[in-house]
Design a protein around this ligand. Structure first.
Ligand SMILES: *[C@@H]1O[C@H](CO)[C@@H](O)[C@H](O)[C@H]1NC(C)=O
Ligand SMILES: *[C@@H]1O[C@H](CO)[C@@H](O)[C@H](O)[C@H]1NC(C)=O
Ligand SMILES: *[C@@H]1O[C@H](CO)[C@@H](O)[C@H](O)[C@H]1NC(C)=O
Ligand SMILES: *[C@@H]1O[C@H](CO)[C@@H](O)[C@H](O)[C@H]1NC(C)=O
Length: 273
């Protein structure tokens, strides 16, 4: 038979376990919440000189957040002042860093639905870095980090004459390499010439000799950020073709996403135990 001491001991243990479970549950609810801030692309690659939309969206249970309630702050790591700030129904740009003056905007119409995406005009190399978008509103809030990288890339145009197929691309940075394949995916030896302009951007002409008309060739221009795969078929003097761009992932960011997913999984499995 259990002594009084044992009964008290086991009751205490049971109570401690119950209390811990309740506290963990409350914490889990507080952290999961009914709203979160996310981005459709946390590792965008902007084309230098062009505009880039940095995505930041508040997902809430409530259908609409009231515009006057929303405050949005865009910041950049290791930069004084703000990239952009929106509060009390209007932009608050007194403390905006000069690098972003006149180059940034939010979309008030989209903001009503929790879309605080930032348009950055005329991207330059110094815009690369880590941005944080913070939203607070009556419908909830949160923040998301976005790692912006910059590159220059443009699709090549093709010319065919005297059995020579030439690919010309006007804007690439960092310096890419060019590879040619035939229809059977054999590597062919093309010759590529690069020219660098005063801004450091490369233009290139890559030529392939003794090309057979009506055969399809693949030309790949790539650097560590962007890959442009073009197919080209010479028919008479004309060349038909198209180009697909793919963007490489930022490995360090993928690792941190993976880590936070693993942490959530661990928390959930702990709760279900
Ligand atoms: C957010 O708003 C911008 C600007 O109107 C728009 O281009 C973008 O598609 C919107 N994103 C979403 C997920 O609705
Ligand atoms: C590439 O450069 C070489 C050496 O400077 C030159 O002989 C050749 O004509 C150039 N080719 C093209 C397509 O510009
Ligand atoms: C064109 O066809 C000939 C004969 O089949 C082949 O030897 C040659 O390698 C082809 N040229 C290219 C660039 O694929
Ligand atoms: C071309 O560049 C990519 C990215 O920098 C690299 O992974 C690849 O090995 C290079 N290919 C050649 C043939 O140099």
């Amino acid at each position: 038979m259990a002594s009084l001491g044992q009964i008290i001991f086991y009751s205490m243990i049971t109570l401690i376990v119950l209390f811990s479970a309740v506290i963990i549950l409350i914490l889990a609810l507080a952290f999961s919440g009914s709203s979160e801030v996310m981005s459709s692309n946390t590792t965008p690659i902007a084309n230098l000189g062009e505009d880039e939309l940095l995505s930041c969206i508040l997902k809430t249970d409530s259908q609409e957040v009231r515009l006057t309630d929303v405050s949005v702050t865009w910041e950049k790591k290791e930069l004084t002042g703000f990239v952009y700030r929106y509060e009390k129904g209007a932009p608050q740009l007194n403390d905006q860093n000069s690098q972003f003056k006149g180059r940034t905007q939010l979309f008030p119409d989209a903001l009503v639905t929790g879309n605080a995406s930032l348009l950055l005009r005329g991207v330059s190399r110094s815009d690369a870095g880590e941005y944080t978008c913070s939203i607070s509103s009556s419908g909830g809030g949160g923040k998301v980090n976005i790692q912006l990288r910059t590159a220059a890339f443009s699709a090549p145009t093709f010319k065919f004459s005297n059995g020579i197929l030439a690919a010309e691309a006007s804007r690439w940075f960092p310096k890419p390499n060019v590879t040619w394949l035939n229809f059977d995916a054999d590597v062919l030896s093309g010759i590529t010439n690069f020219t660098q302009n005063s801004a450091g951007i490369f233009s290139l002409v890559s030529t392939l000799q003794s090309v057979n008309a009506s055969e399809t060739y693949t030309c790949t221009i790539q650097n560590n950020l962007v890959i442009a795969v073009s197919t080209a078929t010479a028919i008479g003097p004309d060349v038909s073709g198209n180009t697909f761009f793919t963007y490489t992932a930022a490995s360090s960011l993928l690792a941190s996403t993976y880590l936070s997913i693993m942490t959530s999984v661990l928390c959930i499995s702990y709760l279900t135990l």
